[in-house]
Write a protein that binds this ligand. Sequence first.
Ligand SMILES: NC(=O)c1ccc[n+]([C@@H]2O[C@H](COP(=O)([O-])OP(=O)(O)OC[C@H]3O[C@@H](n4cnc5c(N)ncnc54)[C@H](O)[C@@H]3O)[C@@H](O)[C@H]2O)c1
Length: 190
Amino acid sequence: MALKFDFTGKVIAVTGGASGIGLATVKLLASAGARLSIADVQQTLLDNVVAEIKVQGGEALGFNVDVSDAGQVNSWIAQTKQQLGPLDGAANIAAIIGTGINKTRVEDLEDGDWARVLAVNLTGVMHCMRAELQNVRHGGSIVNVTSVAGSMGIAKNSAYSAAKHGVVGLSRSAAKEVGDRGIRVNCVAP
Ligand SMILES: NC(=O)c1ccc[n+]([C@@H]2O[C@H](COP(=O)([O-])OP(=O)(O)OC[C@H]3O[C@@H](n4cnc5c(N)ncnc54)[C@H](O)[C@@H]3O)[C@@H](O)[C@H]2O)c1
Protein backbone atom coordinates (compact mmCIF):
# COMPACT_ATOMS: atom_id res chain seq x y z
CA MET A 1 0.00 0.00 0.00
CA ALA A 2 1.46 3.39 -0.98
CA LEU A 3 2.07 5.87 1.82
CA LYS A 4 0.05 9.04 1.32
CA PHE A 5 1.02 12.17 3.22
CA ASP A 6 1.73 15.76 2.39
CA PHE A 7 4.65 17.77 3.82
CA THR A 8 4.51 20.54 1.24
CA GLY A 9 6.51 23.52 2.51
CA LYS A 10 7.12 22.00 5.95
CA VAL A 11 10.54 22.72 7.43
CA ILE A 12 11.94 19.53 8.94
CA ALA A 13 15.32 19.10 10.66
CA VAL A 14 16.80 15.59 10.54
CA THR A 15 19.93 14.20 12.19
CA GLY A 16 21.70 11.14 10.83
CA GLY A 17 20.21 11.75 7.39
CA ALA A 18 23.28 10.67 5.42
CA SER A 19 22.73 6.91 5.76
CA GLY A 20 20.42 4.12 6.82
CA ILE A 21 17.05 4.95 8.37
CA GLY A 22 17.85 8.69 8.32
CA LEU A 23 18.61 8.60 4.60
CA ALA A 24 15.36 6.76 3.89
CA THR A 25 13.52 9.31 6.06
CA VAL A 26 14.89 12.38 4.29
CA LYS A 27 14.18 10.88 0.87
CA LEU A 28 10.60 10.10 1.90
CA LEU A 29 10.09 13.57 3.42
CA ALA A 30 11.58 15.23 0.32
CA SER A 31 9.27 13.25 -1.95
CA ALA A 32 6.35 14.51 0.17
CA GLY A 33 7.40 18.15 -0.30
CA ALA A 34 9.31 18.88 2.91
CA ARG A 35 12.06 21.52 3.03
CA LEU A 36 14.89 19.72 4.77
CA SER A 37 17.81 20.62 6.98
CA ILE A 38 19.99 17.53 7.32
CA ALA A 39 22.74 17.14 9.92
CA ASP A 40 25.33 14.38 9.86
CA VAL A 41 29.06 13.82 10.35
CA GLN A 42 29.63 12.01 7.04
CA GLN A 43 30.29 14.92 4.67
CA THR A 44 30.47 13.01 1.38
CA LEU A 45 27.28 11.05 2.00
CA LEU A 46 25.62 14.26 3.19
CA ASP A 47 26.63 16.06 -0.01
CA ASN A 48 25.31 13.12 -2.05
CA VAL A 49 21.85 13.10 -0.48
CA VAL A 50 21.46 16.88 -0.69
CA ALA A 51 22.43 16.77 -4.38
CA GLU A 52 20.05 13.87 -5.06
CA ILE A 53 17.12 15.67 -3.42
CA LYS A 54 17.85 18.85 -5.39
CA VAL A 55 18.09 16.97 -8.70
CA GLN A 56 14.63 15.60 -8.00
CA GLY A 57 13.29 19.12 -7.46
CA GLY A 58 13.34 19.10 -3.66
CA GLU A 59 14.87 21.51 -1.18
CA ALA A 60 17.58 20.42 1.25
CA LEU A 61 20.47 21.94 3.16
CA GLY A 62 23.30 19.82 4.55
CA PHE A 63 25.22 20.61 7.73
CA ASN A 64 28.25 18.80 9.12
CA VAL A 65 27.16 18.60 12.75
CA ASP A 66 28.33 16.33 15.56
CA VAL A 67 25.22 16.11 17.75
CA SER A 68 27.34 15.56 20.86
CA ASP A 69 28.58 19.17 20.52
CA ALA A 70 25.94 21.61 21.80
CA GLY A 71 27.53 24.57 20.01
CA GLN A 72 27.39 22.81 16.65
CA VAL A 73 23.77 21.80 17.21
CA ASN A 74 22.71 25.32 18.25
CA SER A 75 24.46 26.80 15.21
CA TRP A 76 22.79 24.24 12.90
CA ILE A 77 19.29 25.05 14.15
CA ALA A 78 19.98 28.82 14.10
CA GLN A 79 21.16 28.61 10.47
CA THR A 80 18.20 26.41 9.59
CA LYS A 81 15.79 28.99 11.00
CA GLN A 82 17.60 31.81 9.22
CA GLN A 83 17.55 30.04 5.85
CA LEU A 84 14.27 28.08 5.94
CA GLY A 85 12.24 29.64 8.77
CA PRO A 86 10.98 28.10 12.04
CA LEU A 87 10.76 24.32 12.23
CA ASP A 88 7.56 22.39 11.63
CA GLY A 89 9.21 19.27 12.91
CA ALA A 90 12.35 17.28 13.52
CA ALA A 91 13.56 13.69 13.44
CA ASN A 92 16.49 12.91 15.71
CA ILE A 93 17.89 9.75 14.19
CA ALA A 94 21.70 9.98 14.52
CA ALA A 95 23.28 7.38 16.79
CA ILE A 96 26.25 5.05 17.11
CA ILE A 97 26.47 1.50 18.43
CA GLY A 98 29.85 1.88 20.13
CA THR A 99 32.81 -0.45 20.08
CA GLY A 100 31.73 -2.64 23.00
CA ILE A 101 28.37 -3.70 21.61
CA ASN A 102 27.65 -7.44 21.65
CA LYS A 103 30.95 -8.19 23.40
CA THR A 104 31.39 -6.12 26.58
CA ARG A 105 29.63 -6.87 29.88
CA VAL A 106 28.90 -4.07 32.37
CA GLU A 107 31.78 -5.26 34.56
CA ASP A 108 34.20 -4.69 31.66
CA LEU A 109 32.82 -1.40 30.29
CA GLU A 110 35.41 1.05 29.02
CA ASP A 111 34.97 4.65 30.15
CA GLY A 112 35.65 6.08 26.70
CA ASP A 113 33.18 3.86 24.86
CA TRP A 114 30.49 4.44 27.51
CA ALA A 115 31.03 8.20 27.40
CA ARG A 116 30.92 8.42 23.59
CA VAL A 117 27.76 6.30 23.24
CA LEU A 118 25.97 8.36 25.90
CA ALA A 119 27.29 11.62 24.42
CA VAL A 120 25.96 10.90 20.93
CA ASN A 121 22.89 8.75 21.61
CA LEU A 122 21.45 10.52 24.67
CA THR A 123 23.10 13.89 25.26
CA GLY A 124 23.09 14.45 21.49
CA VAL A 125 19.33 13.93 21.36
CA MET A 126 18.96 16.37 24.28
CA HIS A 127 21.07 18.98 22.47
CA CYS A 128 18.90 18.61 19.38
CA MET A 129 15.56 18.60 21.22
CA ARG A 130 16.53 21.67 23.25
CA ALA A 131 17.42 23.69 20.16
CA GLU A 132 14.48 22.34 18.14
CA LEU A 133 11.87 23.00 20.84
CA GLN A 134 13.10 26.60 21.08
CA ASN A 135 12.49 27.01 17.35
CA VAL A 136 9.48 24.87 16.46
CA ARG A 137 6.09 26.23 15.45
CA HIS A 138 2.88 25.63 17.39
CA GLY A 139 1.54 22.30 16.18
CA GLY A 140 4.98 20.92 15.39
CA SER A 141 6.21 17.39 15.91
CA ILE A 142 9.48 15.93 17.18
CA VAL A 143 10.31 12.27 16.56
CA ASN A 144 13.24 10.61 18.33
CA VAL A 145 14.58 7.26 17.26
CA THR A 146 15.16 4.87 20.11
CA SER A 147 15.31 1.06 19.82
CA VAL A 148 13.87 -2.12 21.24
CA ALA A 149 16.97 -1.76 23.46
CA GLY A 150 15.26 1.35 24.85
CA SER A 151 12.57 -0.69 26.59
CA MET A 152 14.29 -3.98 27.44
CA GLY A 153 17.69 -5.11 28.65
CA ILE A 154 20.00 -6.75 26.13
CA ALA A 155 23.17 -8.45 27.38
CA LYS A 156 26.48 -6.89 26.27
CA ASN A 157 24.56 -3.89 25.03
CA SER A 158 24.45 -1.75 28.16
CA ALA A 159 25.75 1.63 26.97
CA TYR A 160 23.53 1.63 23.90
CA SER A 161 20.58 0.28 25.88
CA ALA A 162 21.02 2.82 28.69
CA ALA A 163 21.20 5.67 26.17
CA LYS A 164 18.10 4.46 24.32
CA HIS A 165 16.17 4.05 27.61
CA GLY A 166 17.24 7.63 28.32
CA VAL A 167 15.83 8.86 25.01
CA VAL A 168 12.46 7.36 26.00
CA GLY A 169 12.51 9.21 29.34
CA LEU A 170 13.66 12.44 27.76
CA SER A 171 10.90 12.23 25.15
CA ARG A 172 8.17 11.39 27.69
CA SER A 173 9.20 14.32 29.88
CA ALA A 174 9.37 16.77 26.98
CA ALA A 175 6.00 15.63 25.66
CA LYS A 176 4.39 16.61 28.97
CA GLU A 177 6.09 20.02 28.83
CA VAL A 178 5.10 21.06 25.31
CA GLY A 179 1.70 19.49 24.77
CA ASP A 180 0.04 22.74 25.78
CA ARG A 181 1.85 24.40 22.85
CA GLY A 182 0.34 21.83 20.52
CA ILE A 183 3.71 20.18 20.02
CA ARG A 184 4.00 16.39 19.97
CA VAL A 185 7.09 14.43 21.01
CA ASN A 186 7.22 10.75 20.11
CA CYS A 187 9.71 7.91 19.81
CA VAL A 188 10.11 5.29 17.13
CA ALA A 189 11.75 2.05 18.28
CA PRO A 190 13.08 -0.02 15.38
N1 LIG B 1 19.18 -0.36 11.93
C1 LIG B 1 18.62 -0.98 12.97
O1 LIG B 1 18.39 -2.19 12.96
C2 LIG B 1 18.22 -0.20 14.19
C3 LIG B 1 17.59 -0.86 15.25
C4 LIG B 1 17.21 -0.13 16.38
C5 LIG B 1 17.44 1.22 16.43
N2 LIG B 1 18.07 1.84 15.39
C6 LIG B 1 18.29 3.28 15.50
O2 LIG B 1 17.90 3.88 14.29
C7 LIG B 1 18.71 5.03 14.05
C8 LIG B 1 19.37 4.93 12.69
O3 LIG B 1 20.13 3.75 12.65
P1 LIG B 1 20.79 3.21 11.30
O4 LIG B 1 20.82 1.74 11.40
O5 LIG B 1 20.13 3.85 10.14
O6 LIG B 1 22.29 3.72 11.50
P2 LIG B 1 23.34 4.34 10.48
O7 LIG B 1 24.68 4.15 11.11
O8 LIG B 1 23.14 3.85 9.08
O9 LIG B 1 22.96 5.89 10.50
C9 LIG B 1 23.27 6.71 11.58
C10 LIG B 1 23.67 8.05 11.03
O10 LIG B 1 24.00 8.90 12.13
C11 LIG B 1 25.19 9.59 11.80
N3 LIG B 1 25.90 9.97 13.02
C12 LIG B 1 26.63 9.16 13.84
N4 LIG B 1 27.17 9.86 14.83
C13 LIG B 1 26.79 11.15 14.65
C14 LIG B 1 27.04 12.34 15.35
N5 LIG B 1 27.81 12.35 16.44
N6 LIG B 1 26.47 13.48 14.90
C15 LIG B 1 25.70 13.48 13.79
N7 LIG B 1 25.44 12.37 13.06
C16 LIG B 1 25.99 11.22 13.50
C17 LIG B 1 26.00 8.63 10.96
O11 LIG B 1 26.99 9.30 10.18
C18 LIG B 1 24.91 7.99 10.12
O12 LIG B 1 24.68 8.69 8.91
C19 LIG B 1 19.70 5.09 15.20
O13 LIG B 1 19.18 5.95 16.22
C20 LIG B 1 19.74 3.66 15.70
O14 LIG B 1 20.16 3.58 17.04
C21 LIG B 1 18.46 1.17 14.29
